[in-house]
Design a protein around this ligand. Structure first.
Ligand SMILES: Cc1ncc(COP(=O)(O)O)c(C=O)c1O
Length: 347
């Protein structure tokens, strides 16, 4: 199956909007009904529209991920990438997508928003992807599958071999959400988009780069798929300020490695402390910046923690997770406080 055959007809036929700044960004700019009077903020011309092609940012993201700029497009958080995927591949009221539960809830919300029905598969008992089970259970007509590795909220990797097997044997689009990959010991699969034209990898600056407020996520995919992303995205989806701050975050990105190491160390300490707390059940292995654990009366424990000012996430409502709490890795002081209050509250 060719990727082009999965694209909605109206998107194939769509002639993308050509914005004024698509072609020219310098000169006597009298083409975009902008104000001619400079409003400068730290070298950024606020009176001018931003670069719709995200040229410098895509170069920096390609450099960071070891890919090519034509394989990258950035959005307002990786949630915007989800939006493009539904627009391009999913005919409302007709097409179906699949998720592997328990997983990030936004895939489901997006499917509902777009009027696209959702087929649910399950992770295996070790919270890994079982590609054979998926291929057997999920109808071949399903257009897109959303995989999240490391998975939110379980925390662990899905298994590279199984993900690649699905890319190889699945006729649809495989969206791999790697929001937390920098915290894991496993390399990103961005390099595999060369071999698998149906693979779309989603990444973000919200987690490992500590830039959640920027709203800057990106997709790495084949140039064919990114050409559709560029077609459907709003021309000026990223502001000049956001792109500038993104470039600053990516400049000398190796400096963030120390933070990633510190978070990994704290994650291991947090997991060990939780495992040594007798009232708790299983602590799920994590390759991300959070830990999921079984906790009797999770809802009530979360409420009591909240009364002490500590906010964690009750994930008991997700398929296959009863009485589970997800806690993000905080500073060492925050983690100590959380552990102390949790132990005080537990029976
Ligand atoms: C798995 C996963 N993907 C994507 C996101 C959202 O990323 P962004 O902030 O880039 O929209 C989150 C946020 O929690 C997440 O857990």
């Amino acid at each position: 199956m060719q990727v082009r055959e999965l694209v909605r007809r109206n998107i194939l036929e769509l002639k993308a909007y050509r914005s004024a700044r698509d072609e020219v960004q310098e000169g006597v700019l009298l083409d975009a009904n902008e104000s001619p009077f400079a409003v400068d903020w730290r070298g950024i011309q606020l009176n001018r529209y931003p670069d719709p092609n995200q040229t410098r940012l895509r170069e920096a993201l390609a450099d960071y991920t070891g890919t090519r700029p034509e394989q990258v497009v950035a959005g307002c958080g990786s949630d915007e990438v989800l939006d493009w995927i539904f627009k391009i591949f999913c005919q409302p009221g007709q097409d179906q997508v699949a998720v592997v539960e328990p997983t990030y809830g936004m895939y489901r919300v997006m499917a509902q928003t777009f009027g696209v029905s959702l087929v649910e598969s399950r992770l295996d008992r070790n919270q890994r992807l079982d590609a054979d089970a998926f291929l057997e259970e999920v109808p071949a007509s399903v257009k897109v599958v959303f995989l999240c590795s490391p998975n939110n909220p379980t925390g662990d990797l899905l298994g590279t071999g199984q993900i690649l097997k699905l890319c190889r044997e699945w006729r649809g689009i495989v969206v791999l959400d790697e929001a937390y990959v920098e915290f894991s010991e496993s390399p990103s699969l961005v390099s595999r988009v060369e071999a698998f034209p149906n693979l779309v990898v989603m990444r973000t600056l919200s987690k490992a780069f500590g830039r959640a407020a920027l709203r800057l996520g990106y997709a790495v995919a084949s140039p064919l798929v990114t050409s559709f992303f560029l077609k459907v995205k709003a021309p000026y989806n990223l502001s000049s300020l956001v792109m500038q701050k993104g470039l600053e975050a990516l400049d000398g990105w190796e400096r963030h490695r120390d933070t990633w190491r510190r978070i990994r160390r704290e994650r291991e300490r947090l997991a060990e402390e939780l495992a040594a707390t007798p009232a708790l059940g299983r602590v799920f292995p994590s390759q991300s910046n959070f830990v999921l654990f079984d906790c009797p009366e999770a809802g009530s424990v979360c409420r009591k923690l909240r009364e002490t000012g500590i906010v964690v996430r009750d994930r008991s409502d997700l398929p296959g997770l009863s009485e589970c709490i997800r806690v993000s890795v905080g500073t060492p002081e925050e983690n100590d406080l959380f552990l102390r209050e949790l132990r005080r509250i537990l029976p």
